[in-house]
Ligand binder design. Structure first.
Ligand code: ADP
Ligand code: ASP
Ligand code: MG
Length: 469
């Protein structure tokens, strides 16, 4: 059996966690599996890299700030090496590599400080250091346990993307060829590849990143290229659950679910899987399993193609707490058809992800929800676009204080009364609904509330559909 095992940030958060991950890998090898490992940066490191890069544009005493940051990063990664690896020569090799990487990072940050310029390309270069620093430690720990292993960047493993920095998409034909060539040759030599998640490179060789949380996607891309038997996502909870356990503590593991259900949940905010992860797995019909490194004997969740018939109509509730609602009001009848098209073309051009849409039957309004972080950019672009065409629109307003909630389950298809149950449960709690949409796949019903009321709504729905049982 050949599998991809992906470890998230918490699962490689310190030396002890890294050693634990290495043991899970070597146990799979001992059972006869051929394994490719994909790993994230140590927890919080990507956030810290983003933050320091941005500070280089504005902060005072930037050079001291860089020095302090590099020292802290060095301490944390050095400590992890000491805690995860016993063998002196392996330790030394990795510490040397770390020093080189940290020097490279320090120079890059100083460059940004002097130039006072931070392009999406340089930001990707800076954020790539999180995984580039963590992955060699994990490879060293695996090696220390007696399994030959080699650390590779996503680019070295063969992930070639477009040049959409910050949200790059793999060019699958090229990637497939390269990933196969690089990883099959390691398999032949009985060397286990340990690959950085999150990062690839464009065709010019510039470092790119796949989007925040994108290490899951890296694992699925590699899995699909190699046609593995399973993609195993190791995280910090017992699989995909009926709701984020940080929101609803009674949430339970969902033992089996379909690709479509997982996709909908991820898309509507279940951070446990990065939304794009399912697509390559589904195309190659590879099962995805999600398990907990803190509780590895728990079965977790298995995500597969089609489900045997299930009794449960609703499987899970998801929540995007940081959303925004944009309303384009007073669209004149003359302008309507072209305006709707122009609105969505503009958003697509700006690479803004529209979470859900609703249009009143009078066609005088269009409302849609976007990620909270993208709302200003969206409104700016739309104001510019719609002002160009004369007086077709009265105004564009937006509300950043909203959340999107989705109720997901394949059993909803063709089951009457689910929507009524959803909205009466929420109404009973006095939750005000700002917008409603139902996916055409009928696997979800989603709606918008205020941020303050969203957790109350999620809890009420979790209870209503008895998901804690
Ligand atoms: P990793 O670093 O392993 O990729 P993430 O933090 O990206 O982990 O994702 C795991 C987190 O996702 C969990 O700690 C949990 O709080 C959150 N989460 C959100 N929705 C769900 C859900 N439906 N099931 C499980 N976890 C969820
Ligand atoms: N380290 C990256 C991030 O924090 C990718 C990941 O963890 O999946 O976004
Ligand atoms: Mg994640």
């Amino acid at each position: 059996m050949r599998i991809v095992m992906k470890f998230g940030g918490t699962s490689v958060g310190d030396g002890i966690r890294i050693l634990n991950a290495a043991k899970l890998v070597t146990q799979a090898v001992e059972k006869g599996s051929e394994v490719v490992v994909v790993a994230s940066a140590m927890s919080k490191v990507t956030d810290q890299l983003l933050e320091i890069a941005k500070k280089m544009l504005t902060a005072k005493e930037r050079l001291q700030l860089v020095r302090k940051f590099i020292d802290q990063l060095k301490d944390r990664h050095e400590k992890a090496v000491f805690d995860a690896i016993k063998n002196e020569s392996i330790k030394q090799i990795i510490l040397n590599e770390q020093n080189q990487l940290l020097q490279e990072l320090e120079r890059a940050l100083i460059g940004i400080a002097y130039l006072r310029e931070l392009t999406p390309r340089s930001l990707d270069y800076v954020t790539s250091f999180g995984e580039r620093l963590s992955v060699p430690i994990l490879a060293g720990a695996i090696q220390d346990l007696g399994v030959k292993a080699k650390a590779l960047t996503g680019f070295e493993a063969g992930i070639i993307t477009n040049s959409n920095f910050g949200k790059a998409v793999p060019i699958m034909s090229k990637t497939k060829e390269k990933v196969k060539a690089s990883l099959e040759s390691l398999f032949k030599q009985k060397v286990l590849p340990v690959v950085t998640g999150f990062i690839g490179a464009d065709e010019q060789g510039n470092t790119t990143t796949l989007g925040r949380g994108g290490s899951d996607y890296s694992a699925a891309i590699i899995g699909a290229c190699l046609g593995v038997d399973e993609i195993l996502i190791w995280t910090d909870v017992d699989g995909v659950m009926t709701c984020d356990p940080k929101v609803v503590p009674e949430a339970k593991t969902i033992p089996v679910m379909s690709y479509i259900e997982a996709m909908e949940l991820a898309y509507f905010g279940a951070k446990v899987i990065y939304p794009k992860t399912i697509e390559p797995a589904m195309e190659a019909k590879i099962p995805v399993r999600v398990k907990n490194t803190f509780n590895p004997t728990h079965e977790g969740t298995l995500i597969v193609h089609e489900l045997a018939k299930t009794d449960s109509v609703v499987k899970a509730i998801s929540l995007i707490e940081n959303a925004a609602l944009i309303n384009i009001a007073g669209i004149s009848m003359i302008g309507t058809p072209t305006i709707a098209a122009r609105v969505f073309e503009t958003l697509a051009r700006e690479d803004i992800n529209v979470i859900m849409v609703s249009q009143g039957s009078s066609e005088a309004n269009i409302s849609f929800a976007v990620e909270g972080t993208q709302v200003e950019q969206a409104v700016k672009a739309l104001s510019k676009e719609l002002a160009l065409g004369g007086n077709f629109v009265r105004g564009i307003n937006y509300d950043k204080n909203v959340a999107v909630i989705a109720v997901v389950g394949a059993g909803m298809r063709g089951t009457p009364g689910v929507a009524a149950k959803v909205f009466s449960a929420v109404a009973k709690k006095g939750v005000n609904i700002l917008m409603i949409a139902q996916g055409s796949s009928e696997v979800n019903i989603s709606f918008v509330t205020t941020k303050e009321q969203s957790r109350l709504a999620a809890e009420a729905l979790h209870k209503e559909f008895q998901l804690e049982r």
